[in-house]
Design a protein around this ligand. Structure first.
Ligand code: ZN
Length: 94
């Protein structure tokens, strides 16, 4: 069963996502599988419009160079690098 929660949005478009929803979607700063920004404690989300609905979802980790979410090889600080880009970077050493 769907539980609807109403919130007010301010004039700049800001809205607070209720804690129970953040917890359910693992959007808390200590629950996100992609590390939160260590300086600000923020986590990234993707949002898009589908029909007349605003969809907000946890951002999947992606390569900082090409954006793919597949074949992530290494994580460095708050970014990830895919296998392809890592191999390309290794070629630069030669
Ligand atoms: Zn890549």
């Amino acid at each position: 069963m769907r539980k609807e929660i109403s919130r007010e949005m301010d004039i700049t478009g800001r809205i607070v996502i209720p804690k129970e929803i953040r917890t359910a979607l693992r959007l808390g700063k200590n629950e996100n599988p992609d590390k939160p920004n260590m300086e600000t404690g923020t986590v990234k989300v993707d949002m898009y419009v589908e029909d007349d609905k605003l969809i907000i979802k946890r951002k999947n980790p992606s390569c900082v160079f090409c954006g793919t979410e597949d074949d992530l090889a290494v994580s460095y600080r708050n970014g990830h690098i895919c296998k392809y880009c890592l191999n390309e970077i290794k070629k630069l050493e030669k």
